[in-house]
Design a binder for this molecule. Structure first.
Ligand code: ATR
Length: 302
């Protein structure tokens, strides 16, 4: 157990602590501990990202990948709280189940229906979702001129990632969003929850003609999965194509879009940018997503 004062750190406390760690590596404060939980979890690139920032900012802390089986989720979270962890990331298959074990969930997590970041404060786990923010930050960084106010988006897929993408776009003021998915019921459920137009999976190509942003949130194109079969002929030359798949970095969809001259956005930046707010909440420093870090993570993703 860590000392009682470690529990319930306010953001201000954490900021002070972050600054202290940055300027005084001999700080008497005990190291800040964070982790990613999943089952399995060995594939996660989060340790690479967070450890890079811990080293870069000279912090006293750690970030581990911890395999937690579904049956052990509640006891695992209780242990993190008891051991004084600052928090943890959540990956497959716990993103939904962890919500019920959090004391509070932020509006993004509630709307998306999933938690990817837990901040432990006041001795309680608090759920957040930073995927939507990561998706948007990556889009803004990759295509600084992209206009959200005039955007017309088509989102492929209707899983948790699609919900985060739609939530992020709506937060930025995008009102014209269509969704399409192999399983029509899931597309309809997403459409109903967020007030979207639903397009049949068989008619997605016809729906491309007036979009300014096409987003793939399906598993198609990922290493080991079939490619996404999509004829881009109807897509306007200036329309942006964003694939949140980052393994491979250049998916067949992105290659096809690039060949036609469409602006593209790769998925690795979403992974990097969803990590930033979590790191800041635990360590008190808003970390930079530098080209060097991006290259390191891209290399590891290969
Ligand atoms: P995530 O949280 O990453 O979104 P998910 O909830 O499992 O994961 O969703 C995966 C998405 O990829 C879904 O939209 C899924 O379509 P279904 O709802 O029809 O399953 C989509 N997907 C996966 N494999 C697919 C395939 N072979 N063809 C079309 N869509 C596929």
């Amino acid at each position: 157990m860590r000392p009682e004062r470690e529990f319930g750190m306010t953001p201000k406390d954490q900021k002070l602590r972050g600054k202290k760690c940055m300027t005084d590596k001999t700080s008497k404060l005990s190291p800040i501990r964070a982790a990613v939980i999943g089952h399995p979890v060995g594939h996660s690139l989060s340790p690479l990202i967070h450890r890079h920032w811990i080293t870069t900012y000279g912090l006293s802390g750690s970030y581990d990948a911890i395999d937690v089986a579904p049956a052990e989720l509640a006891t695992g979270i209780a242990s993190f709280v008891a051991e004084g962890y600052a928090g943890f990331n959540v990956t497959v298959p716990h993103k939904q189940a962890v919500m019920a074990l959090c004391d509070t969930c932020d509006p993004a997590a509630r709307a998306i229906g999933a938690v990817n970041t837990v901040v432990i404060s006041g001795g309680k786990p608090h759920g957040r979702n930073t995927d939507a923010a990561g998706f948007i930050m990556n889009l803004k960084e990759s295509l600084p001129g992209f206009s959200f106010t005039d955007a017309r988006a088509l989102v492929l897929g209707a899983g948790g990632a699609a919900r985060a993408v739609v939530y992020g776009l709506q937060q930025e003021g995008v009102s014209a969003i269509r969704v399409t998915n192999r399983t029509a019921e899931r597309a309809q459920a997403l459409g109903d929850d967020f007030g979207l137009e639903v397009v049949s999976w068989d008619e997605k190509e016809a729906a491309l003609s007036d979009v300014t942003l096409l987003v793939n949130t399906t598993a198609l194109g990922m290493t080991g999965q079939p490619s996404l079969t999509l004829d881009l002929s109807a897509l306007a030359p200036g329309a942006a194509v964003y694939d949140i798949v980052y393994k491979p970095l250049m998916t067949p969809l992105l290659c096809a879009a690039k060949d036609r001259g469409n602006p593209i956005v790769t998925g690795i930046g979403m992974l990097l940018h969803q990590a930033g707010p979590a790191f800041e909440a635990w360590f008190g420093i808003a970390p930079a997503v530098t080209p060097a870090l991006r290259r390191t993570v891209e290399e590891a993703a290969r």
